[in-house]
Design a protein around this ligand. Structure first.
Ligand SMILES: NC(=O)c1ccc[n+]([C@@H]2O[C@H](COP(=O)([O-])OP(=O)(O)OC[C@H]3O[C@@H](n4cnc5c(N)ncnc54)[C@H](O)[C@@H]3O)[C@@H](O)[C@H]2O)c1
Length: 330
């Protein structure tokens, strides 16, 4: 497949990752429909694009509208989701519906419209606590949060739809994706928001290990799957392959923005922070997540953006978009 001229619908196309996908596909000559209900997406994420991009305001729970929007298309990139961990814990039914029923609607719409290729945004959250590092795609799936269960259900349906209907579905287990247009609430965003005010990062522990992957590296892999369609079916980790402790991340931010040493706060899991107003430390927090990306690399992909470069790009975006990081989502 070549991307030039491809007709693609991106669910969640006005969100953080979806907007980067839409932008990149459009720059490569695809005709793109961003299908989004604006629960967390922004029209301004797609402002200034010169290519063939159309926005449809719609909900993946509205099967008829979704299926009509898919008419005559070649590919669906499914990025829309309910992804707030605390919301999923408080209201697992909505999480289940949006992420599982909504994903099934996407697969059904593909069948109805004869679409042969889908890329599905899954999550490293399907693994739960790491038993071995780095985690390969064969690592047991034992999610610690409802969100991981609903994402895993999407993968299982993907497998059935691939086999039964012959649709090529690639499931991308993203690590911690970061970069411009990220939503405010996760650890790096908390550090950067404070850095902008000259305040040091606040640490709850700091030994937690995460795999940070810059958003354009995710998009590059996504696009490669479209171009390499015959080798692209199944589940893929999309991470840097590097584990970073949250303490190291904080130190990097301190060094780059000349801040005081990180502040340690004695906040237990599920407890409210005193320093970071309105933010709880997540319950059932993962200790370690590092993704083995060798399967993705076999397709010729490599993450290109180093953590420090990526942090600087996100910070530069934040300086012009502080209005976007007023409300916490997590
Ligand atoms: N950001 C990460 O680190 C990360 C990690 C793992 C997986 N993911 C997955 O990547 C995808 C994109 O996440 P993101 O970080 O860009 O989040 P985001 O919130 O910025 O994007 C989600 C988009 O989907 C839209 N949306 C939500 N529910 C919808 C619905 N019912 N119908 C139509 N549109 C809807 C939102 O308005 C938003 O534009 C999600 O599927 C998420 O689960 C993200």
């Amino acid at each position: 497949m070549t991307i030039d001229g491809l007709r693609v619908l991106v669910t969640g196309g006005c969100g953080f990752i979806g907007s980067h996908i839409t932008q990149s596909l459009s720059n490569k000559g695809a005709q793109v429909i961003a299908f989004d209900n604006f629960s967390s997406g922004y029209r301004e994420n797609l402002e200034g694009l010169s290519g063939d991009v159309r926005i449809i305001q719609g909900d993946i729970m509205d099967y008829r509208k979704l299926s009509r929007a898919c008419k005559g298309l070649d590919v669906i990139s499914h990025q829309a989701a309910q992804l707030e961990i605390t919301k999923a814990l408080a209201d697992p039914i909505t999480d289940l519906k949006v992420n599982t029923e909504g994903t099934l609607n996407v697969f059904r719409a593909a069948v109805e419209n004869g679409i042969r290729k889908i890329i599905y945004a899954s999550s490293a959250g399907v693994y739960g606590e790491a038993r071995t590092l780095p985690q390969t795609e064969e690592h047991p799936t034992d999610p610690n949060w409802p969100y991981g269960v609903s994402k895993l259900a999407g993968e299982k349906y993907a497998d059935i739809y691939s086999k039964y209907y012959g649709i090529e579905i690639s499931c991308l287990r993203y690590g911690i994706v970061y970069g411009p247009r990220e939503w405010y609430g996760r650890v790096l965003t908390l550090f950067l928001r404070r850095a902008l005010e000259g305040k040091p990062p606040v640490l709850w522990g700091g030994d937690q290990i995460r795999d940070f992957i810059f958003v354009t590296d995710v998009v590059d892999f996504h696009n490669r799957l479209l171009e390499e369609s015959d080798r692209a079916v199944g589940v893929f980790n999309v991470g840097s392959g590097q584990g970073t402790t949250i303490r190291n991340l904080a130190e990097l931010v301190v060094e780059t923005y000349h801040l005081e040493e990180p502040k340690y706060e004695d906040t237990g899991e599920g407890e409210m922070s005193k320093e970071v107003k309105g933010r709880k430390r997540l319950p059932l927090e993962l200790k370690r997540m590092v993704l083995d990306n060798s399967k993705a690399k076999k397709l010729g992909w490599r993450p290109e953006v180093s953590l420090i470069e990526g942090i600087k790009k996100e910070y530069a975006w934040l300086q012009n978009n502080v209005h976007r990081w007023k409300e916490l989502r997590y």
